[in-house]
Design a protein around this ligand. Structure first.
Ligand code: UDP
Ligand code: MG
Length: 311
């Protein structure tokens, strides 16, 4: 069978200040795919301030398989992913990063699994031999532990936004109304037949990471609050535990007061308990606030990104 009689494959690449990577990833993808499938490459320019857009437009001029979406400003990786996935028209769609950390060499294998009948082929980053920074390894380890404790949706340690989705699954996901999408959780939540591939990430080809520590924390909070309301039950548990202790202590204090001549002196215990309760209340308010904030953002119904131009 020649490649032209086969179904179209879509590739989605969120791009934010990646001018030095775009041509390289285009070349690599074209090398992997040209023999086996017809394809379209969708670059989503997420408000880059460098020459990324120019490079993409140049490619699109030369090669009609290159499509693009240009955001009106930077809306973030997940929003870019979402826009790209909405535009994809292939029989299956693969998303990957522009920096070549997700090796395009894996794509033929992913497509093979898809042909075998798997509707989701996801990848797990294997950090043991890679040059990923120690800091990133540790934060990522604890992030996945925490998220799996707090949520009913299992997200595997090292899950990456490098995955293949069958058009059936993609149609489902595209029909979701929620704005604040966390794809790593969602692609596990959808079910279907899933296949896992491990890969060793390459070092970033050019430029530097866009995920600062602050962004990673925000990303983690999105991950947790998108998939679970379990943090809300914390307040109940903590409340019950503290009340139980307080009750026992009250009995003790009453006993001393009624049956002995002593009095419990208590500046330290008083101030410690007041501050402790105050701290716990603030934390719980913060957790509730996160969810209310989410409701607010969803209810407003404002789009999660704006498109300035697309092909
Ligand atoms: N990205 C994006 N918008 C952003 C931040 C990142 O589209 O606001 C893209 C970026 O161009 C890259 C991918 O998302 O293709 C992953 O970003 P990065 O490589 O910086 O993350 P890391 O691999 O360090 O986690
Ligand atoms: Mg990267």
């Amino acid at each position: 069978m020649t490649s032209s009689s086969k179904e179209l494959i879509s590739i989605v690449i969120p791009t934010f200040n990646e001018e030095g990577n775009i041509v390289k990833i285009y070349t690599e993808l074209e090398k992997e795919l040209k023999e086996i499938y017809p394809f379209e490459l969708i670059f989503v320019n997420d408000g880059s301030t460098d020459k990324s857009l120019e490079v993409i437009l140049n490619l699109a001029k030369k090669d009609s398989r290159v499509k693009y979406i240009d955001f009106s400003r930077n809306f973030g990786h997940q929003a870019a992913l979402r826009a790209g996935l909405k535009k994809a028209s292939g029989a299956c769609t693969i998303s990957l990063d522009a920096d070549l950390q997700h090796p395009p060499k894996l794509i033929p294998e992913m497509l093979k699994k898809w042909k075998e009948g798997y509707q989701v082929v996801y990848t797990i980053r294997d950090d043991t031999n890679s040059q990923t920074s120690y800091f990133k390894k540790i934060t990522s380890l604890y992030f996945y532990r925490l998220i799996n404790k707090l949520s009913d949706t299992e997200i595997e340690q090292g899950a990456a936004d490098f995955r293949l989705l069958d058009s059936k699954v993609l149609n489902d996901i595209n029909s979701f109304q929620e704005k604040d999408i966390f794809f790593r959780g969602l692609s596990s939540w959808v079910g279907y037949r899933q296949f896992k591939i491990n890969y060793t990430p390459n070092p970033r080809l050019w430029g530097e990471t866009k995920y600062s520590f602050k962004r990673m924390i925000l990303f983690a909070i999105t991950g947790i609050t998108s998939f679970s309301t379990r943090p809300l039950t914390f307040s109940i548990i903590i409340g019950v535990v503290i009340s139980a202790f307080t009750f026992i202590y009250a009995l003790y204090a009453l006993y001393i007061k009624i049956f002995t001549d002593e009095a419990i002196s208590g500046w330290s215990s008083l101030i410690v308990s007041v501050l402790f309760i105050g701290g716990v209340q603030m934390i719980i308010l913060g957790i509730i606030g996160q969810y209310i904030g989410k409701i607010f953002l969803e209810v407003k119904g404002r789009p999660d990104y704006l498109i300035k131009d697309e092909s």
